[in-house]
Write a protein that binds this ligand. Structure first.
Ligand code: VGL
Ligand code: ZN
Length: 391
């Protein structure tokens, strides 16, 4: 069993927070992607009482970043942060916790800090994380999150010392770097302790790279393939298809005041920005081939637009472009919408969301086309269904 430990992905540790780590928000999308590749996902949460003794407010004479002795160990003075129940202590809203099976809180004892997700800094008190992992047969852990030179480092070092085969996914972490070189030294220290330093790319490729030599029926000839697509021939007709388990969902998302959610992004095949309905793939991750279509639709709507819907209904399945692909798209209608996050997809996608009154969409699309954008044909299908339903 392999577990992913997501360390302290909390508001106070990202841009705008009390102890902001530069680039903290940038790793959230990547971590969301990583979570669905593991058997078990755990999150830690820094969770301090308001009078925690690491806080600057408790030591008016000591500057932030200075050191003093606390309960027999050296303690750094931090800005007050992650106070229990505060917004700063909450997980960043973009962090998709749907795959997180347990949260471990730390730093609740005012008289001792706790960087590691396993023990306090004196190694006196355990959080229960070790037992949780052992009970579930975990032998290998992967650590990501904030901050590389503090909580990530101590969590990874403790994991290794407890005998877990430990990996640090270094591009899914960011550090505080109180002194220049802290991050680099932390990584060297982890490496010296036997921790494997890796890039997320390597994780994705060992867990998600599919066998592209799928069994093809006799009627199909494989002409060529990439990781995601196959070019095949049936008789004289060549076309592209996705791996067998992959299906496509698209969502007609209509707000209570009858605005339709549309997304736009640059599409390399056509070389311009395309306006589309929110959409995505189901079953494209190894180990999750049987992901239900509805679940994929809910996930994609949240990832791309930041909205969640109270009511879902499957509409129909339609062909995408039946001359060049066997792809079939299942359309859903989602109503009772509320916005949870700003959306935008993962860091590689750069998706822009528009919420347009249904009655103004034809005119809006014409204006957008005049700006050089293109409109996906499913948008017009979405308009048809959106106009049929009552909100
Ligand atoms: C952290 C300093 C103080 C961390 C927590 O999450 O790395 N750093 N408390
Ligand atoms: Zn803390």
């Amino acid at each position: 069993m392999r577990a992913l430990i997501v360390v302290d992905l909390q508001n106070d540790f990202v841009e705008g927070g009390a102890l902001a780590v530069a680039g903290g928000k940038e790793i959230v999308g990547l971590i969301n992607h990583l979570t669905c590749q593991f058997d078990l996902v755990i999150a830690t949460q820094d969770w301090h009482p308001a009078d925690h003794q690491s806080f600057a407010s408790q030591h008016p004479k000591l500057p932030v970043g200075s050191k003093f002795m606390l309960g027999g160990t050296q303690q750094t003075v931090w800005p007050d942060h992650c106070v229990q129940g505060s917004f700063g202590a909450d997980f960043v809203p973009q962090f998709d916790r749907s795959c997180v099976s347990q949260i471990f809180r730390k730093g609740s004892n005012r008289d001792i800090d706790s960087y590691s997700g396993f023990f306090d800094n004196n190694r006196k008190q355990a959080t229960g994380l070790e037992q949780y992992l052992r009970d579930r047969g975990v032998e290998e852990v992967f650590v990501v999150g904030l901050a590389t030179d503090y909580c990530v480092k101590f969590t990874a070092l403790d994991a290794a010392s407890l005998g877990f085969k430990t990996h640090l996914i270094s591009d899914a972490c960011q550090g505080v770097e109180l002194s220049p070189g802290d991050i680099e030294r932390s990584i060297a220290q982890m490496q010296a302790a036997g921790i494997v330093i890796q890039q997320s790319e390597q994780i994705m490729s060992t867990t998600t790279q599919r066998e592209t030599t799928l069994d093809l029926p006799d009627s199909l000839e494989l002409v060529g393939h990439t990781k995601h697509l196959q070019l095949v021939k049936r008789g004289k007709w060549s076309f592209v298809q996705r791996p067998a388990s992959v299906r496509v969902v698209c969502i007609v998302a209509l707000t209570d005041d009858r605005h339709l959610l549309l997304v736009e992004q640059h599409r390399p095949p056509v070389g311009c920005t395309v306006i589309e309905l929110p959409a995505g793939l189901a079953g494209d991750i190894i180990g999750h081939e049987d992901e239900p279509l509805l679940r994929a639709a809910q996930r994609e709507l949240l990832e791309e637009t930041g909205f969640v819907a109270k009511r879902w209904r499957e509409l129909t399945s339609v062909t995408s472009s039946a001359g060049i692909t066997n792809e079939v798209v299942t359309m859903f209608i989602a109503t009772g919408l509320t916005q949870q996050t700003s959306g935008g997809g993962d860091s590689s996608e750069n998706i822009q969301v528009s919420t347009i009154p249904l009655s103004q969409i034809p005119q809006w699309l014409t204006e957008q086309q005049a700006l050089g954008k293109m409109v996906d044909s499913r948008v017009y299908a979405g308009l048809y269904f959106a106009n049929l339903i009552e909100t």
